[in-house]
Design a protein. Structure first.
Ligand code: NAD
Ligand code: MG
Length: 297
């Protein structure tokens, strides 16, 4: 049994703050994080829950998306990952891990703030995987600003484009390919429910993702397709040191959760697996919080 699954105090299971300050330009790289996040590389073992499925995960190079991509491949799925070209080094590691499972891996570098690219990335995933059964729309942009006066139109636009427009463009392109039993999963945040003062635009998009996905779920169930939202709390990913939080908050990241530490990406992967699998046959339009005890009521 993997050490991760042995019975133990979850508060002590993974690194706690203080962490070193570690500024990175956006988008950050998982490989430059200290300590390195656990995305399940050696700790996630699957058991055929997604055999033969074809999955597309946006932002699958690092963080939560990477943990979902690794878990999907271990559960027997072929996986396409989308990411920004500057993240090629992280993406290469994920592609190698998927291929090591004997599964097909498809690399889709490009910028999801471009509508044409969103359509192309879905078309390429469908063509190269031979269909699409699981769509995880997870790529996200988070840049803190201390005051509303500092949120420029360019900031607001980039956050909306990455977190909401791309969601719509990708979902619209993908839905014609989804067959009964397929699943859509979006990544919102605890920020949709408890917005931080410094994440005005980001929190707004995360609330939008919840509403969009719930409305989508009502449409898609007419085709036998489910759609659900995952709402993470603090997870140890490159999003935070690359502008998502001030460095002093990165050093204390996760301290305020009930666990006294941030979540590691592998700790949220089982929720993405459940929602993608037929075990979730009566689950749609729901929001799954994995918030470190904060709740999403
Ligand atoms: P991450 O930086 O590892 O992943 C985000 C990914 O988004 C990047 O790897 C990048 O590939 C992709 N991306 C960003 N802009 C893009 C663009 N213009 N074009 C294409 N791809 C782009 O960080 P993460 O924390 O794993 O983030 C995944 C999701 O989880 C995001 O939606 C984020 O908002 C959400 N989330 C994270 C946390 C947290 O604490 N880490 C908490 C709540 C929600
Ligand atoms: Mg990344």
């Amino acid at each position: 049994m993997a050490d991760r699954l042995k019975m133990q105090d979850p508060r002590e299971q993974y690194p706690k703050p203080p962490f070193p300050q570690q500024p990175q330009p956006e988008p950050g790289l998982a490989r430059r994080m200290e300590p390195r996040p656990d995305h399940g590389e050696t700790s996630y073992s699957g058991c055929d829950r997604l055999t033969g499925r074809k999955a597309l995960v946006t932002g699958g190079d690092s963080g939560i998306g990477r943990a979902a991509a690794i878990a999907y491949s271990r559960e027997g799925a072929d996986v396409a990952i989308s990411y920004l070209p500057s993240e090629e080094s992280d993406a290469k590691e994920v592609i190698a891990l998927i291929e090591a499972e004997g599964r097909k891996a498809v690399a889709l570098p490009g910028d999801v703030t471009d509508e044409a690219w969103c359509e192309e990335l879905v078309a390429r995933a469908v063509n190269e995987l031979g269909g699409l059964d699981i769509l995880v729309v997870n790529a996200g942009h988070q840049q803190y600003r201390n005051d509303v006066s500092g949120v420029s139109n360019a900031d607001f636009d980039l956050t909306m484009k990455t977190n909401l427009y791309a969601l719509h463009w990708i979902v619209r392109a993908a839905t014609p390919h989804l067959k009964p039993g397929a699943a859509v999963i979006t990544t919102a945040s605890v920020q949709a429910y408890e917005p931080s003062a410094i994440l005005l635009d980001y929190a707004t998009t995360k609330a939008g993702i919840v509403a969009y996905t719930k409305a989508l779920a009502k449409q898609l169930i007419e085709k036998g397709v489910r759609a659900n939202v995952v709402a993470p709390g603090p997870f140890w990913t490159a999003l935070q040191p690359s502008g998502g939080q001030p460095q002093e908050k990165v050093a204390k990241f996760g301290e305020q959760s009930e666990f006294g530490r941030p979540g590691q990406p592998v700790e949220i992967a089982p929720v993405y697996v459940l929602l993608a699998s037929q075990e979730a046959s009566y689950i749609t339009g729901e929001v799954y919080g994995v918030t470190g005890g904060a709740g999403i009521a």
